[in-house]
Unconditional design. Structure first.
Length: 324
């Protein structure tokens, strides 16, 4: 079997996470797919996967080879698309990762318009509030909300999300509305455990002075969806991006509080694997959503300086994701 075919099989094993899924795609057997990967390893003289009875993991050599394989396959796909030179001919599978709330509220509702423009492109959307390794997960592009630190990823800034302290009117009627950040210590604060400093909420007053408040309460979660529902149910006060609560605020189920104070905003980025040049399908996908977000009232429009910078890809020295 030719090397390109073996490379395609290896990439699909990495991206689906198991041999049986690839076997179903290829109408083959798990044993046959495993033998193809073994043949590739023999050809290369290197171990790509560490296998166990139920799963497999990439070796360091496997990670590097996967990145190169994806580059080759993306280049071939781009070459095919260039022959047609029409947007409707952009095809293939695009693997996208995003935080759960962001994907539900701001990616899925826009897919209809996206498919109207690119009907031959298939989106595989992975929603997870935790850290997603782009290489291990076979992810082409990921949405990240928060400052980027602690790894090497290529990133494009496509927006800025403002945060607020929020509560349901029923909770405020029972417990009173805090007028300054320090009063939060006496309230049930709903803690999102995905933040770096989960129990410290930061504010800035009108004089520009920084105020950090240590908060607590009887409910915390690693799910931004659970925190949102807890706010709506009147269980306490949250410290969250406004875009999670757009419909709730408009319907009066939730209201921002402490509005005289400024909360540090969160940058919205899309990130790519460092060894890969964005393919045509990635470029069109990112440009579509960047344009959409610029018109969305629930996602703050970028400052002029931010907008000017989005034409370029910026290599950050690292990344840390606060995924809400």
């Amino acid at each position: 079997m030719d090397r390109l075919r073996l490379m395609e099989t290896f990439v699909r094993v990495v991206e689906t996470g198991n041999f049986s899924a690839v076997a179903r795609e290829e109408r083959s057997t798990q044993s046959a797919i495993s033998k193809q990967v073994q043949a590739l390893e023999t050809m290369l003289g290197a171990k790509l996967l560490v296998r166990s009875t139920r799963s497999h993991a990439l070796t360091e050599a496997g990670k590097r080879y996967y990145e190169r394989c994806r580059q080759v396959l993306d280049t071939l796909e781009d070459a095919r698309a260039e022959l047609h030179r029409t947007e409707n001919e952009i095809a293939g599978v695009l693997r996208v990762a995003a935080p759960v709330s962001f994907g539900r509220l701001h990616i899925v509702p826009r897919l209809g318009a996206f498919y109207a423009r690119y009907p031959k492109l298939k989106i595989d959307l992975q929603l997870d509030d935790g850290f997603v390794d782009l290489v291990v997960g076979g992810i082409d592009v990921a949405f990240r909300v928060g400052e980027l630190k602690d790894s090497r990823l290529v990133a494009r800034r496509i927006g800025t999300a403002h945060r607020a302290a929020l509560a349901a009117p029923g909770y405020l009627a029972r417990h009173g509305e805090p007028q300054e950040p320090g009063e939060l210590r006496r309230h049930q604060c709903l803690v999102y455990t995905g933040l770096v400093n989960l129990n410290e909420w930061n504010f800035q007053n009108e004089a520009g002075e920084h105020i950090a408040v240590r908060v607590g309460g009887n409910f915390q979660s690693n799910s931004s969806e659970a925190i949102r529902q807890a706010v709506v149910e009147g269980l306490g006060i949250a410290y969250s991006p406004l875009w999670i609560y757009g419909d709730d605020i408009r319907a009066g189920r939730v209201q921002p509080i402490l509005t005289r104070y400024r909360l540090p905003p969160l940058p919205l980025n899309v990130v790519f694997q460092p060894a890969r040049k964005p393919s045509l399908k990635i470029s069109h996908f990112v440009s579509f959503f960047a344009d959409e977000f610029a018109r969305d009232p629930d996602i703050s429009q970028m400052l002029a300086a931010d907008a000017a910078s989005t034409a370029d890809l910026v290599l950050f020295p690292g990344h840390r994701n606060d995924p809400i």
